[in-house]
Design a protein around this ligand. Structure first.
Ligand code: NG1
Ligand code: ZN
Length: 525
């Protein structure tokens, strides 16, 4: 077939380095930008086939998120704005690793397995990219892949990851989710934010101003574009805005979360990551001590707010919070015991959390690192709308706040800009300072580190990665250590994005055994 001939010819312009093996991991492909040209071309091909297969628009985002500037990566977006379905992740890996002379065979196999009819089929792919210097040429390679299979493409250029998810969802729902343009995105979110904050008419200037660390990336650029739409309802002071510093270097959500340190000594502030799908908040207290409000604190604030509104509105909707093993034990305890909300634990990676959150009327999901959002079931959205129309007084007020929250939230994926606006609105409506928010519960002291081992795949886990099943004896050894500490909890798991094993532990105190031995006369063993 002439089509395969063309793909074969064009693929020679994007040659695969012989022997290079990559995997479509937790967040797509990620590695040094110099090794990705062939992967991008092939993901253009894959997205086109997926588009024919689903009869819908598919998205391709070129970014390596919080990784260093030298890296890059790519992830595919499925029709409703969600992450690529797992079965196709396997195809993505096969396609990326096929040696040059096997590429067509692998493609034909896929076409056959998925019964894709290549004759007279329309395909459309949306492409977006972050601000990395390599991203423009790599997104051109994606576009080449789409063209090679006669697909149509729309290049959105520089956009945040969540913005591209939003575009895909808007178009596939024929405008049902919003207008598929950056202006549409800014208008929808800004209007919802302005409506929400009308419920807090006495906001002080202090409450209206927020410092934002843009990680020297796309989030900074887009937030600046969005400011006029907010009509002064939020005054953003951007730093690490890409005008001087390097992407994600000593700034951004991952740096702040992992180093537990702020890029500057500051009051209420938040940090995005390199593609603006993560956010963390923080402040320094009077003693200059740094306080982090991570994804767990964000999930707590949002779920508390929503639950209170449900009660006021008299709406009987099932709300749950979905976390991962990295959620601080204090947050889980507070949510279950004090807030009385259902808490579920999912495997690391937002696609797993997203999936679990879909089981509830309202599913709030956040990874501790600040990646998350809220999902509302169709039925929940309809009930909220109905109450807005049919009720009055306090019930209608609560229903309207819920409706505006739905509009402000990007339900397709975690979105730093949308999350930030929601948090700012909640703080304003509740008249809460960042310090009061922080005081809802106190994090258990915790540590996270990574260990290089020769083969991380020897570690196998169960129970949402909280227990190991192999190698033999490892779990027992962890259990023996953990049981010696009050509120102790620890787990190890192989990373899905780096060639390392991650180790996490937390306990009621961080006093070392040596100090216990010296001062409390406890045994050292
Ligand atoms: P891995 O490398 O599998 O731990 C990391 C993050 C995830 C998620 C992905 C994708 C931690 C401990 N892990 O996954 O939460 O965000 O990257 O970016 O932060
Ligand atoms: Zn990211």
């Amino acid at each position: 077939m002439a089509q395969w001939q063309e793909v074969s010819e064009k693929s020679k312009l994007h040659p695969k380095p012989v022997g290079l093996v990559l995997q479509y991991g937790t967040a797509g492909f990620r590695t040094n930008a110099d090794h990705l040209d062939h992967v991008m071309f092939r993901m253009g091909l894959l997205a086109t086939l997926r588009s024919i297969n689903t009869k819908a628009i598919i998205g391709v985002m070129v970014t390596a998120s919080h990784n260093p500037e030298e890296d890059n990566g790519v992830k595919l977006i499925d029709p409703m704005g969600e992450m690529l379905t797992p079965a196709w992740e396997v195809y993505a890996t096969q396609l990326a690793n096929a040696e040059q002379d096997h590429l067509i065979t692998v493609l034909k196999d896929l076409v056959q397995k998925e019964s894709i009819d290549l004759t007279n089929q329309e395909a459309e792919v949306f492409v977006g990219r972050d601000t990395r210097s390599s991203s423009a040429r790599l997104s051109d390679a994606v576009l080449d892949g789409v063209t090679a299979l006669d697909g149509r493409s729309k290049d959105y250029g520089l956009v945040t990851t969540p913005q591209l998810h939003y575009m895909v969802c808007c178009c596939n729902t024929r405008g049902g989710y919003g207008k598929a343009s950056v202006e549409g995105y800014y208008s929808k979110l800004s209007q919802a934010f302005i409506q929400l904050t009308k419920s807090a008419p006495n906001r002080t200037d202090d409450q209206k101003c927020l410092l934002v660390d843009g990680a020297n990336g796309i989030g900074a650029l887009k937030l600046r574009e969005m400011e006029p739409y907010l009509q002064g309802a939020l005054k953003v002071s951007l730093f690490c805005d890409g005008t001087g510093g390097k992407l994600n270097h000593q700034c951004g959500a991952d740096f702040v979360k992992v180093q537990q340190n702020s890029p500057k000594g500051i009051n209420r502030c938040c940090s995005f990551d390199g593609d603006a799908d993560r956010i963390v908040y923080y402040y320094s207290d009077d003693h200059g001590r740094f306080h982090l409000l991570d994804g767990d604190k964000i999930a707590t604030l949002i779920s508390t707010f929503l639950k209170e509104l449900l009660t006021k509105a008299g709406l009987d909707l099932k709300i749950a919070v979905v976390q991962t093993a990295y959620a601080n034990g204090s947050s889980t305890r507070y949510l279950e015991d004090t807030m009385k909300v259902i808490v579920r634990c999912a495997k690391t990676g937002v696609k797993h959390l997203h999936h679990v959150a879909q089981e509830f009327d309202i599913g709030v999901y956040f990874e501790a690192n600040g990646h998350g959002t809220v999902l509302f079931s169709k039925a929940a959205e309809e009930k909220i709308q109905q109450l807005c129309d049919d009720s009055e007084g306090e019930r209608q007020g609560a229903a309207t706040l819920l409706k505006n929250s739905v509009d402000l939230i990007n339900q397709t994926v975690g979105d730093a800009i949308s999350d930030m606006l929601l948090i700012e609105a909640i703080l304003a409506i509740k008249g809460m300072t960042v310090q009061q928010w922080d005081a809802i519960y106190t994090d258990l002291p915790n540590r996270q580190l990574k260990v290089k081992v020769s083969d991380r795949r020897v570690i196998d886990t169960k129970d949402a990665e909280r227990k190991t099943v192999s190698p033999a004896g490892l779990q027992e050894a962890i259990d023996r250590l953990v049981e010696r500490h009050q509120d102790g909890r620890s787990f190890v798991r192989p990373s899905g994005t780096e060639d390392v094993v991650r180790v996490y532990s937390e306990a009621a105190t961080q006093v070392t055994r040596l100090l216990n031995h010296l001062y409390l006369n406890q045994p050292l063993h």
